[in-house]
Design a protein. Sequence first.
Length: 354
Amino acid sequence: MKRIVLTGGGTAGHVTPNIALLPRLRELGYDVHYIGTYDGIERDLIETLGIPYHGISSGKLRRYFSLRNFTDPIRILKGFKEARSLMKVLNPAIVFSKGGFVTVPVVYAAKSRKIPVIIHESDMTPGLANKLAIRTAAKICCNFPETVGLLPEKKAILTGSPIRQELLSGNKINAQNFLSFTGDKPVILVAGGSLGAVSVNEAVRSALPELLKTYQVVHLCGKGKLDKALEGTTGYAQFEYIKEELKDIFALADLVVSRAGANAICELLALRKPNLLIPLPAKSSRGDQLLNAASFEHQGFSMVLNEDDMTTSVLVERINCLYEKRQDFIQNMQNSGQQNSIDAIIDLIEDLHL
Ligand SMILES: CC(=O)N[C@H]1[C@@H](OP(=O)(O)OP(=O)(O)OC[C@H]2O[C@@H](n3ccc(=O)[nH]c3=O)[C@H](O)[C@@H]2O)O[C@H](CO)[C@@H](O)[C@@H]1O
């Protein structure tokens, strides 16, 4: 049996594209194993799917000062030793890495055992972990045309980002029942990225009295970020993180207000959901979401609101404007020619180890 190791973690954006590949990999008879951290979000997301999960120790590669910069190298070395022995025991035909810090020891361990590695970069500019992984990779898949020129010529391939196909077959009525929503007001889905976003949460919650006059709001607010005071508010439902019900909620949503994480925005495009993006600012990231959002705005798929300009009234005004213009955005997204990333990546996997 062909064995493949998938790896990726830290945030859901480094896991859901791997999940999207699972049905095709299973169909093709792959024995799929996953390597992630002992306690990251990937463990919960993958174990519930019945995939053998192997935890390794991981440290964060920071570009800023932290006391943990002194202990994390030890963890990374431990992770590397663990990854090496896993590679020996599992002996996969191939490794597919979606990025995140945990993947660095995994791809180096694979390379040291001459196991081919494919890495995938969702953002316009490669993240630190993927930058370190480039030299181990036989092929590097990317999501934005702009990224190809930033990568070694012979390795880069534009594949897009794999999207979980079940998201395309949600059922509105199931979502209405699940959320206790009615059919008489449009629905806004607010998604602050897989970990939530405090500033988006606060802005949306302060705009709620105004928004709930016209819309119903379902809010994915991130772990530990529920607001107890809002429990039981008619037309408002909040969750830390949603799994199976996401497809139905997407089907119900008329508009989406979202961070500009690369996978989230590709899903919005695939689902033709008119969206207002509030990218993570450069002060708290390498600025990748600003680039993602600008690209989508330029292509006519999204409206963008910069966090620094976000007040309660501006947020409400932009949402109303998006609702009025929603058909234009849907039309632009229908004309996008977004490619089927799952097929492209599966072909690469098959080619590389045959
Ligand atoms: C803070 C941070 O580092 N953000 C990065 C992270 O974002 P993040 O992890 O938020 O990643 P994305 O927005 O790209 O993807 C989030 C994924 O989680 C799913 N989801 C989310 C909420 C929920 O309740 N249920 C659910 O299933 C979404 O459908 C999507 O598939 O990785 C992205 C891809 O490298 C980057 O572009 C982001 O800049």
